[in-house]
Ligand binder design. Sequence first.
Ligand code: ADP
Ligand code: MG
Length: 359
Amino acid sequence: MSAVSLTQIVKRFGDFTAVHPMSLDIEEGSFVTLLGPSGCGKTTTLRMIAGLLDPTEGEIAIKGRRVNDVPIHKRNLGLVFQNYALFPHKTVAENVAFGLNYRNVGKEDAKRKVAEALDLVQLPDLGARYPKELSGGQQQRIALARAIVIEPDVLLLDEPLSALDANLREDMRVELKRIQQRIGVTTVFVTHDQTEALAMSDQIIVMSKGRVEQVGAPEEVYNSPATEFVAQFLGASNLLTAQCTSVLGSEMTLELSGFPPLVIPRSRARDSLGTGPVRLVIRAEKLHLMPADAAADGRISVEAMVENVDYQGQSARYFLRVGKHQLQAINMIEDHPFSAGATVSLRFRAGDCAALPVE
Ligand code: ADP
Ligand code: MG
């Protein structure tokens, strides 16, 4: 039985459709992320699961029970939003205990549960403080403690880290994942940040314009994007129009002007792809710049011209030209720092290319 299942849910606001028919099964104990740009319908979807918004169509079930008509406080969910929304006039302990007051938990039990939750978020000594006496990161941990103290069936998190500054956000990412694994709570996490999604999730649901573009494990959506949108949204990709000239057994051959024939495994292409025009995808970090006179090494090698370099500290983004194609490569720069105007040998493996239908 799924922890959460959505069956053809739709949300319309007037004649605007924020979520198109969407079906999804979320496995018990998993960490699932709704990932997509601002306005793609992530919050709307989460709010429907929470019971803060009614779906226009479709069914929502939590642990096998249809909850369309069940109000939010009877769904046994933990919620955390970007702005932590702690009660300013209650202490930390009172904030955390809040959800327990409605659940007929005895006083001693409540005290113990609050202490456990504060331990779990690693703030055992702050119970007597008020929210304004805490840093942003601490407040967000308290919001998390308040959400998990009730032992929810599902934890719903809407961009909980995005108000924190970059370093703290990375620490909290690790922390949140640790807590989730420790208590094993099914979690639906919303973010527009692809690195957050890749680092934390068991499954990523990539959304665009109210539709699901792809559902898969992080490696799957990253390495085998289902659509151009996914290829571009999850990291820097080169997208080039190529011709598929043959499909033989488990391999297909792509022709791209200025390149030798590229033989790629069919597993790197969408099932429906046959011969004809295709979109070839290759990640910027899979293209390696070598000196023009470097010895052959079994990889594909083409001559490329460095048009521009964007220095990024440990790495650099190179803007390249190969015949009529423009490409980007992201390389560590310790080995070969190339400058604009240099001619280089561009190396890559055909197996790192993926093929998509032309949209
Ligand atoms: P996300 O969380 O992915 O940024 P939202 O789910 O908040 O996106 O919004 C999806 C779309 O629905 C947006 O275009 C937004 O403007 C629209 N929308 C959200 N809530 C309402 C509302 N109450 N009334 C009208 N349009 C809304
Ligand atoms: Mg949102």
